[in-house]
Write a protein that binds this ligand. Structure first.
Ligand code: HEC
Length: 244
């Protein structure tokens, strides 16, 4: 066929090196495809080839190593003078940085368990020193409780908030609905203050935590208000008439 065309056009037959070269190129172009096909089915522990390195690989000093760059021979630099430690209390207005006051920031402390190796949680009784329970704190606690807790626990804390009402209305009561606890019942009234504080901070069982939304001081205000709600519900007779 090729011969006939060249004869018809009276072109000279292509030289042998041209045909050979084309054939070689034709087979070589399959090599990258074969390599790609192999890469797709094989695995390797080496990092992928990086066409553009950006800043992935660069000279650096590792932590706790020596370096001749600095006069003290250490790769790590000491903190800038005046650096303040940062801890869980740092994002609260009343931060004291490392939040070392367990009572105030956590409501519990870890103690060595008497049984051996492990640690036990011990909840603090009472309010921390820096929390003064007065009318202002109770009113603050009431406002925060009515904002954050009322939807489930109800204004009186008895677990009858609108979310619970609605859940009962749509029949959730029969499908494993966990009702909000009655915060004024004997069990809750017997909880140490630190326990209530920790339930607000980290949640308890099915209830989510509010530590991220409610600052430390306001969480204590809510605990104080919970105590007021409990007292209101279980008021001793001698207080009759004093509590509205
Ligand atoms: C979205 C609903 C919801 C909100 C909002 C909510 N709770 Fe709860 N709370 C629950 C449920 C449900 C339980 C019971 C959880 C369980 O038993 O698994 C519970 C349990 C509790 C308990 C009982 C813990 C114990 O000692 O047994 C306390 C205390 C409590 N909540 C306080 C609060 C406070 C304070 C707020 C507001 C900062 C709040 N809750 C907001 C649903 C809620």
């Amino acid at each position: 066929m090729l011969k006939r065309i060249t004869e018809d056009l009276k072109l000279p037959a292509p030289p042998f090196w041209l045909i050979a070269g084309l054939l070689i190129l034709l087979s070589l172009h399959l090599v990258p495809l074969a390599l790609i096909a192999r890469a797709r089915v094989s695995s390797s522990t080496k990092p992928r080839p990086h066409m553009i390195l950006d800043m992935d690989k660069q000279a650096k000093l590792k932590a706790q190593r020596a370096s001749s760059i600095f006069a003290d021979g250490r790769a790590m630099r000491p903190p800038v003078p005046g650096t303040v430690a940062w801890g869980p209390g740092a994002n609260t207005p009343d931060a004291d940085h490392l939040a070392e006051d367990d009572h105030y920031f956590r409501g519990y402390k870890l103690v060595k368990s008497p049984a051996g190796g492990g640690t036990d949680i011990e909840y603090f009784q009472g309010f921390p020193d820096r929390v003064t329970v007065d009318e202002a704190l109770l009113l603050r606690g009431q406002r925060k409780f009515n904002t954050y807790c009322f939807p489930c626990h109800g204004y009186g804390g008895q677990g009858d908030g609108p979310i619970h009402q609605r859940a009962l209305k749509i029949g959730a009561g029969t499908t494993g609905w966990v009702p909000p606890s009655d915060l004024t019942d004997a069990e809750r009234a017997a909880r140490p203050e630190g326990h209530l504080f920790n339930s607000i901070t980290n949640g308890i069982r099915n209830m989510a935590g509010y530590g991220r939304q409610i600052p430390v001081q306001d969480r204590w205000a809510i605990v104080a208000y919970l105590r007021a709600l409990q007292l209101r519900q279980n008021a001793p007779p001698e207080l009759a008439g004093e509590i509205q």
